[in-house]
Design a protein around this ligand. Structure first.
Ligand SMILES: NC(=O)C1=CN([C@@H]2O[C@H](COP(=O)(O)OP(=O)(O)OC[C@H]3O[C@@H](n4cnc5c(N)ncnc54)[C@H](OP(=O)(O)O)[C@@H]3O)[C@@H](O)[C@H]2O)[C@@H](O)CC1
Ligand SMILES: Nc1ncnc2c1ncn2[C@@H]1O[C@H](COP(=O)(O)OP(=O)(O)O)[C@@H](O)[C@H]1O
Ligand SMILES: [K+]
Length: 516
């Protein structure tokens, strides 16, 4: 499913109106009806509802909702927020229809106390004040109404398209937005539904079709962002070949494991095996060999000569060794050590297969950005920063990363010619050709040391299986998020996550996957 900006949505709407000849008020009627369908799905019996309508087309949808709920026997208090003279022509049509059925309250003319009394008495609030047309600093009277509802209202709140105060393109909130239980949006989700802080206000998101031309219908109407959708890649998750041998599913090399963080490399290795790899090798400095050997069973260990540091004279040995692997992950528990810059340079230059850089490999890169010049353009590179690592890579604050997640992920992808996986709730995958994919799976169970290492192991495994890079990454991020959804949010250990790889993978195989 595509993810759109407000302008892309307007382009789809105007194509539908101007090229296909479907009038705007028909779309508005469908939008309002679709919202009513969702409301009655949750509340099958008539309730008392306050519909808050602005003067733009979002308000127009609100009038349609008010009319249909009244037809269905709901007790409707309809409030116009703003001046009736400012109503758009489509909104005016439905405003007049409501005038015949209901007495419309005008926030401009009536007291705040009267609106507040209605808001206190109702079971349901429908927010049709502002939608994708909102931008800038939220003005009065919206600010006061939103603040009051957030603080006092106990009713169930539906937002039409966007919660009032959430900006559709960047998810900005200046200074407040309405905190809702459900948002019903039209045709495609908007960026603001997935970016912080806006995403925190949207509640459950439902996307409904209202007859607008689907995104991607023509080249001009094709956005460059999508949600991570199994239907885009589940064809790569078939069953295991009957005649497979252990080399069929690739050989992954995982480089990491300093003293005290050997667990990271072990977890990544285990995740790679669970994701289907036939051969996994872990690489640590020689001084850690025995400690790692005592920890792992199925993984092979190849240790590089050196006592917790990198000796330039072993560069040639590394070069030969790297040729043996189908994908390389560098970083889990790597730590910092003398000779690290040369070490990363050798890896970037010598590994010709897909290379994933994680954890301290990213921190080394952040301090020595010139290292990327040693990576050949045709060798895929994947960077997996969490927001703190991203901040170091771009030399900005973590707060700025969180505020501009979509933009900074793309910036780093362009700068490094790499695929960037910016981790966190709604992980963003940015490709160097400008495409972006937003992942919707995940849970706070993943906010625990070790889950990043599992992700890098899963990515390495899928890359070694020669699944195309774009798909391998989307599969890995999706499955990793689903693992978090299957386990207890507080107590889960890494093993609990790994135990669910099999069942989730099976569910996603083409015959079982959503949409089939
Ligand atoms: N796209 C589609 O396919 C379809 C879209 N549809 C619906 O239309 C909606 C988009 O309608 P839209 O374009 O009229 O904008 P909308 O969200 O009502 O906002 C405009 C109002 O916001 C106000 N305003 C702006 N900034 C503000 C601020 N900082 N603080 C305060 N106020 C501010 C602005 O005031 P002004 O600046 O003009 O004084 C104006 O009054 C969309 O979300 C969906 O629900 C469906 O009906 C059918 C198909
Ligand atoms: N609240 C959350 N919701 C969804 N996913 C989360 C959440 N917190 C963390 N994650 C995921 O968990 C992983 C943590 O990675 P990272 O911070 O690198 O951990 P580690 O320190 O184990 O390497 C990322 O994939 C991230 O997207
Ligand atoms: K709204």
């Amino acid at each position: 499913m595509y993810l759109v900006t407000a302008q892309e949505m307007r382009d789809l709407e105007s194509y539908t109106i101007n090229q296909l000849g479907i009038p705007g008020h028909v779309l508005m009627e469908s939008a309002g009806r679709a919202v009513v369908d969702q409301i009655v799905k949750r509340f099958p019996n008539p309730k008392r509802v306050v519909v808050l309508a602005g003067t733009g087309n979002n308000g127009g949808d609100g009038f349609v909702v008010a009319r249909w709920l009244a037809f269905r026997g709901w007790e409707v208090d309809l409030w116009l927020i703003g001046s009736a003279v400012k109503l758009t022509s489509d909104a005016k049509l439905y405003y007049h229809a409501c005038e015949q059925l209901l007495s419309i309250h005008h926030a401009e003319k009536e007291s705040e106390a009267s609106l507040q009394a209605h808001l206190m008495m109702c079971d349901v609030i429908v927010d049709a004040m502002l939608g994708i047309g909102y931008s800038g600093m939220l003005r009065e009277p919206f600010t006061s109404i939103v603040q009051w509802i957030n603080q006092h209202a106990e009713s169930y709140i539906f937002a039409v398209d966007m919660p009032t105060g959430v900006e559709a393109d960047k998810g900005h909130v200046f200074p407040v937005a309405l905190r809702v239980d459900e948002t019903i949006t039209f045709n495609c989700p908007k960026w603001g539904h997935y970016l912080l802080p806006g995403s925190k206000y949207c509640g459950k998101l439902k996307v409904v079709d209202i007859g607008i031309t689907p995104a991607g219908h023509t080249k001009a109407l094709t956005p460059n962002a999508r949600l991570n959708d199994p239907n885009d890649w589940n064809m790569y998750l078939g069953g295991r070949k009957q005649w497979a041998h252990k080399g069929t599913y690739g050989h992954v090399l995982i480089i990491g494991g300093a003293k005290g963080t050997l667990g990271a490399v072990a977890m990544a290795g285990e995740a790679a095996y669970r994701m289907g790899s036939g051969l996994v090798t872990l690489t640590v400095p020689e001084s850690q060999h025995e400690a790692l050997a005592a920890k792992v069973t199925q993984e092979m260990i190849w240790s590089w000569p050196g006592k917790d540091h990198f000796l330039p004279e072993i560069a040639e040995e590394l070069k030969t060794a790297f040729q043996r692997y189908d994908a390389v992950v560098c970083g889990p528990g790597l730590g910092r050590f003398p000779g690290e810059v040369r070490f990363i340079k050798e890896i970037l230059q010598t590994v010709k297969r897909p290379l994933v850089l994680d954890a301290d490999a990213l921190n080394i890169l952040a301090e020595h950005p010139h290292l990327m010049q040693f990576r050949a353009n045709d060798c895929p590179t994947i960077l997996t920063p969490h927001p703190g690592e991203m901040a170091r890579l771009l030399r900005i604050t973590t707060e700025e990363v969180e505020r501009k997640r979509a933009a900074v992920a793309l910036q780093l992808a362009y700068q490094t010619r790499s695929v960037v996986i910016l981790k966190g709730r709604y992980t963003i995958i940015a490709f160097p050709d400008g495409k972006r994919v937003v992942n919707t799976t995940g849970s706070p169970a993943l906010a625990k040391a070790g889950s990043g290492d599992i992700l890098s192991g899963i990515i390495g495994s899928l890359l070694a299986q020669e699944i195309p890079v774009e798909s391998a990454i989307q599969i890995a991020v999706y499955i990793h998020g689903r693992l978090g959804e299957e386990v207890d949010a507080h107590s889960a250990l890494y093993r609990d996550l790994l135990d669910h790889i099999a069942s989730i993978r099976q569910l996603l195989e083409p015959t079982n996957s959503p949409g089939n």
